[in-house]
Design a protein around this ligand. Structure first.
Ligand code: PLP
Length: 391
């Protein structure tokens, strides 16, 4: 990697395998197993004296290894592990490093809340879910003992921004690791490891994949922390298929241009909708009056492609606006080329009681937008016609 400096160059070239035929990109090695010229050569790989391909479920497959080299470079990490989903990466992380306790700060992905809030406690693991306005309790909770402090920043769907450096210092002061879910920000906009985090998690299903056509995950960090995670991944059987690994590498080559375009379009949409008579609030870290703006401006290189609107009125009038959109598709998920819209109350936060949603600041009138690669003017026109038609 010595020659590659910028992130765009890294995305295109890092990790690519030069094969004997001169293909510019890593080929798809669909083999489940790999042959050896001798027993001694096989034992060299099995006993760790030599790197080599062995068995795909172990992750010892050239396509998966090649993807992992690229993933590590994206987050300037020593090493990376590829997974078959974002939740696979999170569950392997918590089973490895969270057995002495897991603390989740802020709102988080629904699967994360279910895993940490319900399933890990069933295994006897102590967990705490703290919201951003309970930050003052974090130190006391960490004092009680925890292996991992985990957060998203910005969060879903409120785009709350947390101080990564401050949280890393606090976690380290109490012997815990800080793991940041960097799915929303992407490495283009935010580099948590450079800010002091120990581990970065991605749902590569979102921006890294970028086309809503692959499910994958990633974990980046130092070798000493990832080696034990690789054992869980191996025996839980969580590696991505080689085809998926190759598709993900294909997608990452265009990550920087996609995300920068999505940043710019999201900013244009946020500005255009601010002050619209039917829009009570636009939640977007790039807006100067957004509560997390100054912190975001310090720790992020761009403000991302996700924004949330709070409309005037309740669930029904909001659903009517959503149903009138023509360019946006009504769907959960995010980070693809096509713009998506969802009311968090119908998808990401549907399983919570109304009291819990209120506690988390999830209003029935919230609309989350994942900005795609369409023209900003078309997205703004679409949103305006839907808002105006239902006024
Ligand atoms: C989607 C998502 C996940 C889970 O990823 P999968 O690939 O669906 O398993 C985790 N964190 C965030 C922030 C997500 O958006």
């Amino acid at each position: 990697m010595g020659l590659h400096r910028g992130l765009s160059t890294t995305c295109v070239h890092a990790g690519e395998l030069a094969d004997a035929h001169g293909a510019p990109h890593t080929p798809i090695y669909n083999s489940t197993t790999f042959g050896f010229p001798s027993t001694a050569a096989l034992l060299d790989v099995v006993e760790g004296r030599r790197d080599g391909s062995l068995y795909t479920r172990y992750g010892l497959n050239p396509t998966i290894k090649s993807l992992e080299a690229k993933l590590a470079c994206l987050e300037q990490a020593e090493t990376a592990l590829a997974f078959c989903s974002g939740m696979a990466a999170e569950s392997a992380l918590f089973l490895t490093h969270g057995r002495h306790g897991v603390v989740v700060l802020g709102d988080a992905y629904g699967g994360t809340l279910e895993l940490v809030g319900q399933q890990l406690p069933e295994l006897g693991i102590r967990t705490h879910l703290l919201l951003g306005d309970e930050l003052s309790r974090l130190e006391a909770v960490l004092q009680g003992g925890a292996g991992v402090l985990f957060c998203e920043t910005p969060t879903n769907p409120g785009l709350e921004v947390f101080d990564i450096r401050g949280l890393a210092d606090l976690a380290h002061g109490h012997g815990a690791l800080l793991a940041v879910d960097n799915t929303f920000a992407t490495p283009v906009n935010q580099q948590p490891l450079a800010l002091g985090a120990d581990l970065v998690v991605h749902s590569a299903t979102k921006y890294l994949g970028g086309h809503s056509d692959i499910t994958a995950g990633a974990l980046m960090g130092p070798r000493r922390l990832l080696e034990p995670v690789a054992l869980w991944r191996k025996n839980l059987g969580q590696v991505p298929a080689p085809e998926t690994a190759a598709l993900l590498m294909r997608s990452i080559r265009t990550l920087v241009v996609r995300v920068r375009q999505q940043n710019a379009t999201a900013a244009a949409v946020a500005q255009a909708l601010q002050g619209h008579p039917r829009v009570r609030r636009v939640l977007y870290p790039g807006l100067p009056d957004f509560p997390g703006h100054n912190l975001a401006a310090r720790q992020m290189a761009g403000f991302g492609g996700m924004l949330t609107l709070e409309l005037d009125g309740g669930f029904e009038p909001t659903a009517r606006v959503v149903d009138r959109l023509r360019v946006f598709t009504i769907a959960p998920s995010l980070g693809g080329a096509e713009s998506l819209v969802t009311q968090p109350v119908t998808t990401t936060h549907h399983g919570l009681s109304s009291e819990e949603r209120a506690r988390r600041g999830i209003a029935d009138s919230m609309v989350r937008l994942s900005i795609g690669l369409e023209d900003a003017e078309d997205l703004i026109t679409d949103l305006r016609q839907a808002l105006d038609a239902t006024a």
